[in-house]
Design a protein around this ligand. Structure first.
Ligand SMILES: C[S@@+](CC[C@H](N)C(=O)[O-])C[C@H]1O[C@@H](n2cnc3c(N)ncnc32)[C@H](O)[C@@H]1O
Length: 365
């Protein structure tokens, strides 16, 4: 094998590995409790979710009647590397239990799944479990109900496949943790099909051009909670500090005014050297009386109320084709920005320094 192809194989393997983070039930419950009213009478689609493996499926099946769902659809993905390892996720509903992955060794690993499946739930009569039931039990019980449909997919269960898109069209709300490596494509498809969604993704995505555009146009925003731990196919836990929820469902904090108490002073809030805005390095320090443009950390999005502020752009301009790039002074304007023209620049004690990426915002009214 040439070095080039082995490298690209490694890259692909790493990418796949990075897609295999399984969400804990406790994290799903923590976020979903905020949206209960918005699910009544709705068709929910989990399109990266094998019913035997996914706590999203478990959550919606278990709460089908309480949420008043019309239908739950889940599709699995054939090439999933955890096929046939059968994760058993202990219920966090049972006191003393934490989500744990127990891999049953009875089946050989790495065997491709025979097929991808769709599972369409129209009715959930009592699920016979005391809290310690596992996903397989639930799936088996639901399969036995003649109003529910369990059928193989013709294709591989790729969310972009025609078959999955047909199911997407039937859905009102899509809820899942999609593969991180396909996040942009995944969101694009949801937006194209005008779907409501609640999905997990990395904070880094906030900076992606197409995602930021949606943020700026008030078509996507952060949910309530953070997701700090995931389960991996080998049974270990993977911790993250930069993962949370993205949604276009209503989130109450977007209607709350951010309480501001600081007054503007030129000493405390210096102007950038390459852009007509002031640097506000902490969201809680946004001056209440400043009418011009302010550069704030990206975490501002977690407090953003579109009635209170507008977002004009972002200071990171690594990509020269970045449509939403803020027009900062460039090298041609001044050679000293040669290495610094990637974002907002401050002169600190006579020295020019780039700030972290800043959102450029302005108070409304
Ligand atoms: C981050 S994992 C999350 C799994 C599950 N949704 C959860 O939250 O526990 C992403 C899942 O999407 C599957 N997947 C990867 N590429 C996919 C694609 N193109 N279409 C559908 N599913 C895909 C992976 O096999 C993996 O099971």
């Amino acid at each position: 094998m040439s070095t080039k192809s082995s490298n690209s194989n490694l890259h692909r393997a790493a990418k796949v590995k990075n897609d295999e983070f399984y969400t804990r039930l406790v994290d799903i419950e923590k976020e979903l409790k905020h949206y209960k009213d918005q699910f009544r009478g709705k068709v929910v689609y989990c399109n990266c979710d094998d019913p035997f493996e996914s706590n999203f499926f478990k959550y919606f099946a278990g709460n089908f009647n309480a949420l008043g769902l019309k239908r739950l659809i889940a599709t699995s993905y054939k090439p999933s590397p955890i096929a046939n390892t059968e994760l058993v996720l202990q219920s966090s509903l049972l006191p003393g239990y934490e989500d744990k992955v127990v891999q049953k060794p009875s089946k050989p690993k790495g065997r491709p799944k025979v097929t991808a499946n769709k599972f369409i739930i129209n009715e959930v009569s009592d699920i016979d479990g005391d809290g310690a039931f596992d996903l397989r039990d639930i799936a088996e019980q639901l399969k036995a109900n003649k109003n529910n449909e369990w059928a193989p997919l013709e294709l591989e269960g790729d969310f972009r496949s025609e078959e999955s898109i047909e199911l997407l069209k039937q859905a009102d709300i899509v809820v899942t943790n999609p593969p991180f490596s396909l996040f942009r494509e995944y969101v694009k498809q949801l937006v194209e099909h005008k779907k409501k969604f609640l999905i997990i993704g990395s904070d880094n995505a906030r900076k992606y051009q197409d995602i930021f555009k949606l943020v700026q146009e008030n078509k996507l925003w952060p949910g309530y909670s953070r997701v700090n731990e995931f389960m991996q196919p080998d049974g270990t836990v993977k911790k993250f500090g930069n993962v949370g929820w993205f949604t276009n469902l209503d989130v109450s904090k977007r209607h709350e005014l951010l309480t501001l108490y600081k007054k503007y002073s030129p000493d405390e809030f210096p102007k950038y050297d390459n852009y007509d805005a002031i640097e506000v390095s902490k969201v809680s320090d946004i001056p209440v009386d400043y009418k011009g443009v302010m550069g704030v950390p990206i975490t501002f999005l977690d407090k953003y109320n579109p009635e209170q502020f507008e977002i004009l752009g972002m200071s990171d301009n690594r990509d020269p084709n970045y449509e939403y790039r803020t027009k900062l002074y460039t090298q041609e304007d001044s050679p000293q920005y040669n290495d610094l023209n990637r974002g907002t620049v401050l002169k600190i004690k006579g020295e020019l320094k780039s700030t972290y990426t800043r959102l450029l915002i302005k108070a409304k009214k």
